[in-house]
Design a protein around this ligand. Structure first.
Ligand code: PHE
Length: 343
């Protein structure tokens, strides 16, 4: 029987040694240390033995039990450690992997055009100025040579807030604001991009749209300077091949006033549906600053002259990109917006 204890112990230790999982460890524990195990049943079969032999065998069995228990515990700890290390190894973050691709917004075509205009005019030395969208009648009309009850008020269907205030119908009030701030002293060379509001709504008109106002005041400024400036702007915005022409027009705050057309980029001037057969597309209004406006804004008309222009932002974008409906700018359709993603 003594030999048996040793044999059992040896075979248990051998099995523990080669165990590869916590499950196997458990099975070994049941096999060698449960009540019905070979080792513990030795104790039940020793009734026939002498007292001393009983004691000696009891001690041996207990010793073997302890040895096996310790070996099992040691192996369990080792296996758990191994499993943890393996897990850590497997879950190691690989910083060389590509990250998740998250969707990035792109610049709105309206803002792309504003940015281009700002770039073009700043390169010509213009300052960028902003004005309020809620404006006084005084700046939007009166200082621009449109007194109360003047028929020219009908040119723009204006949103009035009360007798004195309105949502500006044009960026031109910024002209008056800038001139007044200079106390009759030139030169002035500014552009002012921003939103304007009119009671209009169809494929080419929106109740809200953008304009870029331009104003130059100095000594010896002529219509030729306006023409040269706009020629340069059009070539930079629409391409070197584009020509412009001026047609006489009417704005209350400029004299003479002109409407500026650009040679059609679809047909090159031959006539097509885009230019309605004329070879020319209208892009902006402009003119020489009216003497009444200069006077009201404290400039000496014998000393100073100037020109002004107003360019539609959406209109420029529609022509440049071939956009058919102004409402696309405000409908938030990602498929439309994505087409202007520059990257
Ligand atoms: N403010 C005019 C409009 O909105 C455009 C314009 C600006 C015309 C400056 C002449 C000079 O129609």
């Amino acid at each position: 029987m003594d030999n048996n204890v040793e044999l059992i112990e040896q075979s248990a230790l051998k099995e523990i040694e080669s165990a590869a999982s916590l499950e196997q460890i458990n099975n070994i524990k049941i096999k060698y240390l449960s009540k019905k195990s070979e080792l513990l049943s030795l104790l039940q079969n020793m009734k026939s033995l002498e007292k001393e032999q009983k004691i000696a065998l009891g001690m041996k069995v207990n010793k073997a039990k302890e040895t096996i228990t310790n070996a099992l515990e040691e192996k369990r700890v080792a296996l758990e450690k191994e499993a943890l290390e393996k897990k850590l190894q497997e879950q190691k973050i690989d910083i060389t992997l590509d990250g998740n691709d998250f969707s990035r917004g792109s610049m709105h075509p309206f803002n792309i055009i504003v940015k281009e205009m700002v770039d073009i005019f700043s390169s010509m030395g213009y300052e960028i100025v902003e004005g309020p969208e809620k404006e006084l009648d005084h700046f939007n009309f009166e200082l621009l040579n449109v007194p109360k009850d003047h028929p020219a008020r009908d040119m723009q269907d204006t949103f009035f807030i009360n007798d004195k205030e309105l949502l500006r119908s044009q960026t031109s009030p910024v002209q008056a604001r800038v001139m007044l701030s200079r106390n009759g002293k030139g030169p002035i060379k500014i552009i002012s991009p921003g939103k304007v509001f009119r009671r209009d709504d169809d494929a080419t008109h929106s109740h809200q749209f953008g304009q870029v106002e331009g104003l130059v005041i100095d000594k010896n400024i002529s219509l030729g300077d306006l023409l040269g400036t706009l020629q340069l702007f059009v070539k930079k915005m629409f391409g070197e091949k584009r020509e412009i022409r001026m047609r006489s027009s009417y704005f209350p705050f400029t004299e003479p006033s002109v409407e500026v057309d650009i040679s059609c980029f679809e047909c090159g001037g031959k006539g097509c549906s885009l230019c309605k057969g004329t070879g020319w597309i209208e892009i902006l209004g402009a003119g020489m600053v009216h003497p009444n406006v200069l006077k009201m804004c404290n400039f000496n008309v014998d000393e100073y002259q100037g020109f002004a222009f107003g360019i539609g932002i959406e209109r420029t974008a529609m022509l440049k990109y071939g956009i058919d409906d102004i409402r696309r700018f405000y409908s938030n359709d990602i498929r439309f917006l994505k087409q202007f993603d520059e990257e």
